[in-house]
Design a protein around this ligand. Sequence first.
Ligand code: SAM
Ligand code: SF4
Ligand code: F3S
Length: 433
Amino acid sequence: MRTYFLRSFGCQMNDHDAERISALLDGDGLVRVERIDDADVIVYNTCTVRHNADDRLAGHLGEAARVKALDPRRVVVVAGCLPQVEREALFERFPIIDVALGPQHLRELPGALAGRGQRGYFDGEGTLSGELPARRERPFQAWVQVMSGCGNACSYCIVPAARGAQRSRPAAAIVSEVRSLAADGVLEVTLLGQNVNAYGNDLADRVRPTFAGLLRRLDALDGVRRLRFTTSHPRDLSDELVEAVATLSSVCEHVHLPAQSGSDRVLAAMGRGYTMEWYLGRVEALRAAVADIAVTTDLMVGFPGETDDDFDDTLRLVSAAGFDAAFTFVFSPRPGTAAAAMTGAVPPEVARRRIERLVAATQAESRRRHAAAVGTTVEVLVEGASRHGALLRGRSRQNVTVNFSGAAASGAIVPVCVTDSTSTTLRGRLAIR
Ligand code: SAM
Ligand code: SF4
Ligand code: F3S
C-alpha cells in the first residue's frame, strides 16, 4: 500500500486544488498519512504570491530531504504556482524535487509518479482543474471553481504568470456540479475565481452569462442554503451583482472586495482601474442594498513610491469603508512583474511601521463592527468543536467565526444569540427555537 503526505499553501484556489490532488491520488490507490515519515510520496502544493511563501517551501523541502535520505525511493512532488513560474529552474534550485507540476497540470500527477528522473509539467493549456474530481474536507461544504487564471495585470501580481489567462467554465458545467453537490448533502458552496465579477467575459457564447446571472441560476437550485463567492474585483462589481446579493436568499451577506490602497496615485500605478471614490461608492451601494452586509478586504503597504500621504489615504479608506475584516500585506517584489522594476522602493522599516499602524486601524474597525452584533441573533453553520474548551464553532452568513455553547451537530444551521465579540470572532449561545 503506497502512502502520501500533502501540504498546501496559499489561497482558497490552492486549497481546492489540494482537494483535487487528494482525489487523484486516492483514485490511484494511495492512502493519505499525516506524518511525513510514513509517506512514500510527499506533495507540496505551493504559492508564490509573496517572497515569504517561497521561503516556507525551502524549509519544508529540508524536511523532505531528511526522510528521502532514509529511503531514496520516496518521491518528492512540488505542485502549484511556484513551479509554473520557475519551471525547470526549480529543479536546479532544489535537486531533491522529482516531479514539478503547474496548477493546470494536476491531472498528470498519477502518471508522473511512475516516471523516472526529474520531470516537469508546465506546458500547454492543461486541464481546467475545475473539471477534476475533488475530495471535500467537510461533507456539507464545497468549493466550486468558476474560472481559472486572471485577465488582469495588476503591476505587483504574479498570479497571471502562475495561473495563466482567465478561462471561465461554461455556466452549464457549474450548475450541474452544484446540483450534484447539493444532492450529495452540500449546504454551503463557495464559488472561486481571481475575479469572479468578470466571470463569462472570455466565453464566446452568443448570450454571455454574467456572474449575477450565474448566481441566479444557482440560487434556483434546491438544497444549497448558502452561496459564497471570492474574489470580487472592485472595478467589475456591477449593480446587477449588488442586486443579486440583496435579493437571492441563498447568497450570503458578505463580499470580499480587495482595495489594495486608498491612494489614487498608488492605485493607478498598481493598474487596479478604480479610484478610492469609486471603491467607496461600491461599498455604499452594497450597504444601501444589504443592511447587514460584511465587507472585507486586502490592503498593501510599501508599494514602490508610496509616500506618507498615500499611506494616510489608505488609513482614511479604512475608516470610511468600515471593513469587517482585512488581510494586510507588505509589498513583496515578484520576479517578472512590472512593480518589481519600479523605482522608489519603500525602506523596510518604513513599511513595517505602516503595516503596524494599518493592522491597528483595521482591527479597531473589525472590533467595532463585531461589537455591533452583540445582542443580535445570527444564523450559524456548525463546523465542529471550538478550540476554546467545550464550545462549538461555526460561521455566520457574514463569514465571521462564531464560538457558542449548546448542542448541535456539525452541518446543522442554527440560530445563535451573540453575547460577546473580539476583532476576529463572535461568542454566544444556541438560541431557543
Ligand atoms: N485576485 C484578487 C484581487 O484582485 O484582489 C487577489 C489575489 S492575491 C492571491 C491576494 C492578495 O495578495 C492581493 O489582494 C494582494 O493584496 C496580495 N498580493 C498580491 N501580490 C502581492 C505582492 N507582490 N506583494 C504583497 N502582496 C501581494
Ligand atoms: Fe493578481 Fe490583480 Fe489578478 Fe487579483 S486581479 S489575481 S491582484 S492580477
Ligand atoms: Fe498563491 Fe497561486 Fe493563490 S500564487 S495566492 S496559490 S493563485
